[in-house]
Design a binder for this molecule. Structure first.
Ligand SMILES: Cc1cc2nc3c(=O)[nH]c(=O)nc-3n(C[C@H](O)[C@H](O)[C@H](O)COP(=O)(O)OP(=O)(O)OC[C@H]3O[C@@H](n4cnc5c(N)ncnc54)[C@H](O)[C@@H]3O)c2cc1C
Length: 423
């Protein structure tokens, strides 16, 4: 049985995007039970904000890992600019705000009984469940690329051991080698990510192995911030980075990880290092819970992020189908705040608010060279779309000071979103 205190309810309704402050009247009866799966950008933000919006809420956040390695800035680890500690986010800050943090793998979601079960058998009941499990790889969707192959040709598209594996392979390769990056078709996590990675690998190679080259084989004909990336590659890396679109035989169709071979329809490559970023789908638990559709991702109500397949279950972040919003940490964080509010409002019997959110995304091409894109999103015609006239990419043709400033903003963005999410 759910209880939302009168003061909290009024706070939620009256707050202008702000918080339900003040004591709770429901402490003697128990607040609403909110269970969050995932302690990454979406999950940790949802847990923190649910607790903020209703301090009486009993908020449990479950993650398989002890802490979360962020994908943002993982490319700087691969390029040797930072180490793993720089991208390691602990959950202590959330615990001190009153979120119950549980380490465990969620293996079952049971919407009929409003319960989730962990691998060790522990069960948590909920009034509202928020799922932010991120992505999983579609193993086998690219011929020859399965989990075993990723130990030889890393994807490094989830930060952690894969990040270090790719870095070590770059460190071990001889000068003059070819680094091949296979970029997937849409939709996938972090649309500008493969191109930031190519840039920062080129930065590492230019400094350490200057006869080497980065080749991006793409399953698409265009990519996020492409004009700015291409301008930067010309300025910084002079022929070291080559991008091949799908229409020019860029789509990788097969890999032989043991043989070290990567194939397109008409070519075969034997790179020194192969970084294969495969097609993706929502994190496994979303699929297991029956929340995905034929796309592999989860359809949701665009105003609340409640699943269209299970009542009282909200899916946010990379796992959700969020219209025009890119699969980014910033998007996940924006959606988390919306879903946490919507869940509590629903428990209080109130109508959901209209969805608006923002996304900003910085990419580094070198430690002192940044570019960015920003947009505002709203529900239009039943779907999340960019608000006309909002946002855009940062301008081309800028000088060193401008690009350095954007690189500084990128670090600032990372530190402030980290504080907002886990702090
Ligand atoms: C190289 C790279 C660079 C990027 N750079 C940026 C950037 O600069 N800016 C930006 O905004 N975004 C960036 N992104 C994208 C960003 O990382 C993702 O969009 C974001 O992490 C999505 O958040 P999420 O909560 O959906 O998933 P995640 O942050 O991946 O969190 C999912 C969490 O759920 C846990 N989990 C999953 N399944 C279970 C289960 N069954 N039981 C328990 N726990 C589970 C996982 O352990 C994980 O901690 C980048 C991505 C990559 C790959």
């Amino acid at each position: 049985m759910t209880n939302i205190s009168r003061r909290t309810f009024n706070g939620l309704l009256g707050a202008t995007g702000a918080l339900a402050l003040g004591g709770s009247l429901s402490s003697c009866t128990g607040g609403p039970k909110i269970v969050v799966v995932g302690g990454g950008f979406g999950g940790a933000t949802a847990a923190k904000y649910a607790k903020r919006y209703d301090p009486s809420a009993d908020v449990v956040m479950i993650d398989a890992a002890k802490s979360h390695y962020t994908c943002p800035f993982s490319n700087t680890v691969i390029a040797g600019m930072k180490d793993m500690a720089y991208i390691d986010r602990k959950f202590d800050g959330l615990s001190s705000l009153g979120v119950k943090v549980v380490q465990g793998m969620v293996t079952t979601v049971d919407p009929a009984n409003k319960a989730v079960k962990l691998a060790d058998g522990t069960t948590f009941n909920y009034d509202k469940l928020i799922l932010s499990p991120g992505i999983d790889m579609k193993w086998g969707a690219l011929a020859g690329y399965d989990e075993a192959a990723s130990e030889l040709m890393p994807h490094a598209w989830k930060a952690g051991p894969q990040t270090m594996l790719l870095r070590k392979q770059l460190e071990a390769m001889k000068d003059g080698g070819l680094v091949l990056i296979s970029a997937p078709g849409n939709p996938f996590r972090c649309p500008p990510g493969p191109y930031e990675r190519a840039s920062l690998i080129a930065y590492y190679l230019k400094k350490n192995k200057p006869k080497s080259k980065v080749l991006i084989l793409d399953s698409k004909d265009d990519f996020a911030k492409s004009g700015l990336f291409k301008e930067g590659w010309e300025k910084l890396y002079d022929g070291m980075v080559e991008w091949v679109p799908a229409s020019k035989n860029g789509k990788v169709t097969k890999v032989d990880a043991k043989g070290g071979v990567v194939e397109t329809d008409f070519d075969k490559f034997k790179p020194a290092v192969a970084n294969i970023i495969p097609p993706q789908k929502a994190g496994m638990i979303a699929e297991k819970a029956g929340l995905t559709n034929e796309s592999g991702f989860c359809p949701v109500d665009p105003n609340t992020f409640e699943s269209t397949k299970a009542k009282d279950v909200y899916v946010i972040g990379d796992a959700a189908i969020a219209g025009a919003m890119p699969k980014s940490g910033y998007s996940a964080s924006s959606q988390a705040k919306v879903a946490a509010r919507a869940a509590l409002l629903s428990l209080a019997g109130a109508k959901p608010e209209e969805f608006t959110a923002i996304n900003t995304c910085y990419s580094l091409l070198a430690p002192d060279y940044g570019i960015s894109v920003a947009a505002v999103y709203a529900v239009q015609g039943g779907k999340i779309d960019g608000v006309k006239g909002s946002g855009g990419v940062s301008p081309k043709g800028q000088n060193y000071q401008f690009r350095k400033k954007e690189a500084d903003f990128a670090e600032g963005w990372y530190s402030s979103i980290s504080r907002d999410t886990w702090g």
